[in-house]
Design a protein around this ligand. Structure first.
Ligand SMILES: Cc1cc2nc3c(=O)[nH]c(=O)nc-3n(C[C@H](O)[C@H](O)[C@H](O)COP(=O)(O)O)c2cc1C
Length: 220
């Protein structure tokens, strides 16, 4: 099997998009393009995934490309966990606003040396409350592992930020064999199914956590 949807049949018990509460729909989903590498493949994955979000219907997708703004490694003395409004570089305001406005996230991550790219870690570390009490899903792509090692490490990091990472994910091992030269999947059904299962789970959590955050401030 060339593409590895993460779910087994038990995952199909997750709420479908049509059965969840419509009160908070459409939910705002920030789809984060984690790679900023020259010649990167990330935008191809982003285009494919944004179409899956549109097909699913529970979310409006905001594709947030980390290559569009500054992500300096040098952080200010007071971290965002202590000062959520800490001074940030001028060019980062748009990223911060879009993360803050999101009800849920899907992080598109390649794998670099068995982990996720430094660009993603910088984007994560510059923020704190923006991730808090929100659900996060993942699409991984790389060589043999399909990004699953990066995804596992991201789950650990996001736990520290009081985010909820969902179980289901999408993985493209040896992605270069799976997409054609126009950036279309040669066999789209299975990854589309995996994306739907993940989005179903993400929508359930986004509904629940959006309602909870609107009722009272997160107490973490
Ligand atoms: C610095 C670096 C390290 C990499 N390490 C791994 C790795 O550990 N495992 C893997 O499966 N692929 C690895 N790759 C292959 C990448 O996953 C692949 O090049 C992918 O296209 C990167 O995503 P991007 O093009 O969006 O940046 C590595 C690539 C780079 C540039």
């Amino acid at each position: 099997m060339s593409v590895s949807p993460s779910s087994d049949t038990s995952s199909s018990s997750a709420s479908s998009s049509s059965s969840a509460s419509p009160s908070t729909r459409p939910l705002r989903l920030a789809v984060i393009v984690g790679s900023v590498r020259e010649g990167r493949f990330g935008p191809v994955v982003a285009r494919w995934f944004a179409e899956r979000v549109q097909d699913h219907g529970a979310f409006t997708a905001d594709v947030v490309d980390l290559a569009d703004g500054p992500l300096p490694l040098r952080l200010p003395p007071v971290p965002p966990a202590v000062d959520p409004d800490m001074p940030r570089p001028d060019g980062m305001a748009d990223l911060t606003r879009r993360l803050r406005e999101a009800d849920a996230f899907v992080v598109l991550t390649p794998e670099y040396n068995r982990s996720f790219p430094a660009s993603l870690k910088a984007a994560i570390d510059w923020h704190f409350t923006e991730w808090q009490a929100k659900p996060i899903g993942f699409v991984g792509y790389s060589g043999g592992t399909g990004g699953v090692l990066a995804i596992e490490q991201l789950k650990q990091v996001f736990g520290e930020l009081h985010a909820h990472t969902v179980r289901n994910y999408v993985s493209f091992p040896r992605y270069y064999l799976l997409f054609d030269e126009e950036g279309n999947l040669k066999q789209p059904e299975e990854p589309a199914g995996a994306a739907k299962v993940m989005l179903d789970e993400l929508a359930w959590w986004a509904d629940a956590l959006t309602a909870a955050r609107s009722e009272r401030p997160y107490a973490g």
